[in-house]
Ligand binder design. Structure first.
Ligand code: NDP
Length: 258
């Protein structure tokens, strides 16, 4: 077991990539704390993960409330060895059609809250801990209509490196997982029927060399590597799980489709 007795905080652990990672961390022996906003999916996740998992309802954009909940969790379960700052939202912000409120919601959730997740967890982090941020291929894709989301993920990519430097004196490692399109509920607003989801999967799959979306479980395995001692001298990096979408774009399936 690679995470035996380690305490792991996973934001957004009630859905998608966070939930898949919570499953892997529990299976590897960690004591897991998950957070989310939706009480129903939080309860379902706790049921699926086992009664030892602590499931906490927090809106991470409420920074003081989140700091209080993290302190209580650390005092209940123990100081954290792993923090996966994973929670985030999608959302297009096309030029000419985006309100200030829509833009700022994406920035506050995907960027500001990520910084404050780390800052609020810091007093409760053991020396030698592993912090993992969740980025996105959007940091480098240049997809039209996704400026705010891409900007947050570009900023997270920079912040991974800043925080890696800043926390190195305590032996705390900071790394990032960078998913390409991954089958999770984040896509629900764009694919409300099975046919729409199939079309979306085909579109996103066509953009990568390996020709399909990622599964949440495939991202969780990258997070596991960064969380455990296998990566004990690794900091400031990102592991991209995108089927070659960003590293081998000329090999995208669309170019070889019949
Ligand atoms: P999901 O929608 O399945 O999960 C998102 C999680 O974030 C949910 O648990 C949600 O909680 C939580 N969350 C969102 N906003 C807040 C908030 N204000 N306060 C607290 N929790 C919040 O999506 P994914 O699993 O796909 O997304 C996880 C991360 O992966 C995100 O950062 C996303 O940007 C990133 N990512 C995803 C990709 C994909 O294709 N799926 C690709 C690249 C990156 P609740 O449901 O309770 O609101």
């Amino acid at each position: 077991m690679r995470l035996k007795n380690k305490v792991a905080l996973i934001t957004g652990g009630n859905s998608g990539i966070g939930l898949a990672t919570a499953k892997v961390f529990v299976a590897e022996g960690a004591k897991v704390i998950i957070t989310g906003r939706n009480p129903e999916t939080l309860a379902a996740a706790k049921k699926a993960l086992g009664s030892d998992v602590l499931a906490l309802k927090i809106d991470l954009t409420d920074v003081p409330a989140a700091a209080k909940v993290f302190a209580e969790a650390a005092s209940d379960v123990g100081k954290f060895d792993i923090v996966f700052a994973n929670a985030g939202i999608g959302g297009a912000t096309p030029l000419g059609q985006t309100s200030l409120e829509q833009f700022e919601k994406i920035i506050s959730t995907n960027l500001t809250s990520v910084f404050f997740t780390v800052q609020s967890a810091l007093p409760h982090l053991n020396d030698g801990a592993s912090v993992i941020l969740n980025g996105s291929v959007h940091a480098v894709l240049g997809a039209p209509g996704w400026s705010a989301y891409a900007a947050t993920k570009g900023a997270v990519r920079s912040m991974t490196r800043n925080l890696a430097s800043e926390l190195a004196p305590r032996g705390i490692r900071v790394n990032q997982v960078t998913p390409g399109g991954t089958r999770t509920p984040i896509w629900s607003p764009y694919a409300q029927t099975e046919d729409a989801m199939t079309a979306l999967e085909e579109k996103l799959g066509n953009m990568s060399a390996l020709g399909r979306m990622s599964e949440a479980d495939e991202i969780s395995k990258a997070a596991l590597y960064l969380a455990c001692d296998d990566s004990s001298n690794v900091t400031g990096i990102e592991i991209t799980v995108d089927g070659g979408m960003t590293s081998a774009p000329s090999g995208a399936k669309i170019f070889r489709a019949a």
